[in-house]
Design a protein around this ligand. Structure first.
Ligand code: SF4
Length: 85
């Protein structure tokens, strides 16, 4: 993920990002990096998230139900990100 940090820093330096957007991007980068390090990137669609997704034939129709049975601790970072809007 170091290349992503370099990308965000370059975008900030070029004036393409506000400091607030840079801060959000860095936080997003950290959550994703931590998930990769922990080997925990479960499918976790939000309600109705699968409805129009092209991968529905791959995942099957019940992923929105299965996510309720998954470790909620592993989904904490994802849930936090969804609240950042
Ligand atoms: S169908 Fe699969 S990839 Fe698409 S949103 Fe649902 S869980 Fe995610």
């Amino acid at each position: 993920m170091d290349s992503m940090k370099l990308f965000w820093c370059a975008a900030l330096a070029a004036g393409a990002l506000s400091a607030q957007t840079f801060s959000g991007a860095a936080a997003l980068d950290e959550v994703i990096n931590q998930a990769i390090v922990n080997g925990a990137l479960p499918a976790a669609p939000r309600e109705d998230g699968c409805k129009n997704c092209e991968y529905l034939p791959v995942c099957g129709p019940y992923e929105e139900e299965r996510v309720k049975e998954k470790s909620q601790a592993e989904l904490r970072g994802l849930k936090e990100m969804r609240g950042w809007r």
